[in-house]
Ligand binder design. Sequence first.
Ligand code: NAD
Length: 503
Amino acid sequence: MTALDDNIAKARTYMAPFRKNGVMNHIAGKSVPAKSGKTFETVSPVDLATLADVARGDASDIDEAAAAAKAAFPDWSKTPGAERRRILIKVAEAIEARAEEIAFTECMDTGQALRFMSKAAIRGAANFRYYAEQAPYAEDGEVTRTPTQMNTTSRRPIGPVGVITPWNTPFMLSTWKIAPALAAGCTVVHKPAEFSPMTAKLLVEIAEEAGLPPGVLNTVNGYGEDAGKRLTEHPDIKAIAFVGESRTGSLIMAQGAATLKRVHFELGGKNPVIIFDDADIDRAVDAATFMIYSLNGERCTSSSRLLVQDTIYDEVTRRVAEVAGKIKVGHPLDPETVVGPLIHPEHEQKVLSYFDKARVEGATIAAGGQKVGDAGCFVAPTLFTGARGDMAIAQEEIFGPVLTAIPFRDEEEALQIANDVPYGLSAYLWTSDLDRAIRMTDALEAGMMWVNSENIRHLPTPFGGTKSSGIGRDGGDWSFDFYMETVNVSFPRAGHRIPRLGG
Ligand code: NAD
């Protein structure tokens, strides 16, 4: 038996409960079907076989979940921070204990390779641990004093919130939103993406087994246009934390307007990796290829535009093409696989459509540029060269293992190309000139930048985008600012004159 056979057998065991029961909704501590009884299928992108039937929640299921979250809010929000910390650390431990099950389920549902997904649960647990540790301090504020007043500022949880997540790395992203919400004292209704709903169900079950009270976290599956929409419109849901496409963010903002919903958006990206000829080229090539070809390129912060100084453009693109050509595309559970199948045939078609666009626009396909095999959603790691900044392949988020290389002359041109997109999520800069690094990072339009470094996430730092890439920041205390209301109470320090009117 190969390691892959072994893993497929294990995955079958992990999938068995889902095959038997389907992916149910989870409301007020109970696994429940959609009220309508309707379901939809989640398919494996490996071979398009049905993995499970999924409860197709709609507005009535969201209403029930919002009622559960509202009922659970008074107790959970009043639970002392130290107790919330204790429970959330138990959740982190329980996630770690089931890391393999989470990883295998995620691989089968999303097509992401095991070599990356094996860390997804660990990272999810780290999100819970980090915010558990902050929970006792979530309400903290500051005291400011004037000669007459003492102002005390503090925070209180905003209420039940909605969390809407995408399909690309669903477990990690869900914990990234849900852990700070729970630590802040909010209760949650979670609407996972319809293409990859399985690990969200594991998360809520694991959290409750670890001691999270029923109703604090509720999960409703369903389509964006009905379940998702109702969540954003629900009057008892005070805020929406959303991760997904920029155009969906616009819809949610409009849908939430009538109830004045607070929104936090983590949206799309078309992130540049900019390599100057004074850079450490070996490290830059490794980082650039890792950031586009890992996680199937289905990653918001992927380095999807390769901007290379013209003096080293041919060498760098040749080396990137070599790497792309050597990457193993295969079954997500094969330990050797780097690129697994894309999430779904619909998304695969979108990615493949850019190969024709590239040809029509006059770019060169220097690596990949085609589907791999007949079955499943496998696409070859691809490099477009000779592109211009105004081409669709340089402007639009492709969200696959597809990199667009563009040459530049100097700093000015690099900046002009880098900033000339609607997005502004992340940017990566490679140069050995410190002054240039400071000039460039001062002018790059991106919420997060990494200089001479891979995308390494440090949880206390702010995460989020500018322009069409998002609104708001996660990480550190920024998450609490979103999930909590800041309140100021002013006390008199001394007798002060109060104007007397009319007398
Ligand atoms: P999507 O916007 O299509 O869907 C995301 C979620 O929104 C799903 O749960 C969907 O059901 C729901 N939804 C759709 N329409 C809705 C509506 N009208 N009202 C309420 N909910 C609705 O995104 P996707 O295709 O699942 O995910 C890929 C996108 O996510 C990419 O653009 C990627 O860049 C982005 N993303 C961003 C980050 C980040 O941190 N910036 C991280 C991961 C993914």
